[in-house]
Design a binder for this molecule. Structure first.
Ligand code: PLP
Length: 370
């Protein structure tokens, strides 16, 4: 019996940045500005620089980032928002919270992302139901940016706004352009297990638009106007904690190296997994942030059990597509069946993936797969 390896190794990371994180937290305890402290603004400008985007509005989670973005676009009852069926629930949940209707699209069998071809049929299905198609939320599944240039072309033609759900892809890029600068509005998450994680909940909304930036800053503080108690719209308590901003600032210096390490781990899997296992296909123009390394295989449960018995943890993201979940099955979809999402849900398996996965450990995982 060998020791169990971690699925995501935050302990090795903390060993590396522990002193910097401790110092960053101590500084916040010293100045005591736990809400809207100076670290918030510093983080927002560093993230903007990192992504080469004009505005970054930090917030309390990836879920709240989605909700804030939808609210900023004034999406609500009578509107439809197109979302993939193969994603985390938050993508559709936040649409429902605005009073709008999520309409589920199928995804591509190779990239696992929504493709431009699906958008027009989705918008048509929404219109047939008497809903106004307002936006699409492509999800950068497992770290791979969706094909934004192609989706943008269709979306512009149909008058749809694009909100990129980049909760898993922060640090990824399209033809050298970083995630964050690829859509009208991009949302991301700093949940600990995401590529750039804090030590609790956190998120951000990124945009080129100064107007949207202003609205988001108001919405994340109860719709404040020029002063805190002069509310000009209805919003939420959606701020990022200063301590989390300080932790993210301490983590940023190693983030690029971590992305390179993730790429190295992914390349080693791709070159060595047996042929009957099909890894997520990554578009040539794209750099994934590798939140997950996910494969499609026929005998998932058997493989999973064998790996587990050998101390290798795996995960299933996601076992049930959203349109088949009790909470979402009543919402419309572009076609009655979404075959790819349903197939993937039954056949995907995510393997251990993090920047600190050593070659010897990874080779053990690959040997077991063989
Ligand atoms: C994690 C995740 C979210 C939500 O982020 P939180 O910070 O956990 O609220 C939204 N969408 C996708 C695709 C995610 O993976």
């Amino acid at each position: 019996m060998t020791a169990t390896i971690p699925f995501i190794d935050l302990k090795s990371q903390h060993a590396l940045i522990g002193p910097a994180v401790n110092l960053a937290i101590a500084q916040v305890l010293e100045h005591g500005h736990y809400i809207n402290g100076p670290e918030i603004e510093v983080l927002e400008s560093k993230l903007a620089e990192f992504c080469n985007i004009e505005h970054v509005v930090s917030c309390s989670s990836g879920t709240d980032a989605l909700f804030l973005a939808l609210m900023a676009l004034e999406i609500g009852p009578g509107d439809a928002v197109l979302v993939p069926a193969f994603t985390f629930a938050a993508t559709a949940e936040t649409v429902v919270l605005t009073g709008a209707t999520p309409l589920f699209l199928d995804v591509d069998a190779d990239t696992f992302n929504v493709v431009a071809d699906a958008v027009e049929a989705g918008a048509r299905a929404a219109a047939e139901l008497g809903l106004k198609p307002r936006a699409i939320i492509p999800v950068d599944l497992f770290g791979q940016p969706a094909n934004y240039p192609a989706i943008s072309e269709v979306a512009r033609h149909l008058g749809l706004a694009i909100i990129a759900d980049a909760a898993q892809s922060f640090g990824g890029s399209w033809h050298g352009r970083r995630v964050g600068s690829l859509a009208d509005i991009t949302v991301t998450s700093f949940f600990p297990a995401k590529p750039l994680g804090c030590y609790g909940d956190g998120g951000a909304v990124l945009t080129k638009s100064l107007v949207v930036d202003g609205v988001l800053r108001s919405l994340r503080e109860h719709g404040k106007g020029t002063s805190k108690y002069q509310n000009v719209r209805r919003g939420i308590n959606g701020r990022l904690d200063t301590i989390q901003a300080a932790i993210l600032l301490a983590k940023l210096p190693i983030f690029e190296d971590e992305l390179l390490s993730r790429q190295r781990v992914a390349d080693r899997y791709t070159a060595n997994v047996p042929e009957i296992i099909r890894p997520q296909h990554i578009d040539k123009k794209v750099a994934s942030a590798w939140a997950q390394y996910t494969v499609v295989l026929g005998d998932r449960e058997q493989v999973r059990e064998k790996l587990q018995a050998a101390g290798v943890p795996t995960r299933i993201y996601y076992p049930i597509p959203l349109h088949m979940l009790d909470a979402y099955r009543s919402f419309p979809r572009s076609t009655p069946v979404l075959p790819v999402s349903e197939h993937l849900a039954q056949n995907v398996l995510s393997l251990p993936m993090h920047p600190y996965l050593e070659e010897a450990t990874q080779d053990r995982i690959i040997d077991l797969l063989r």
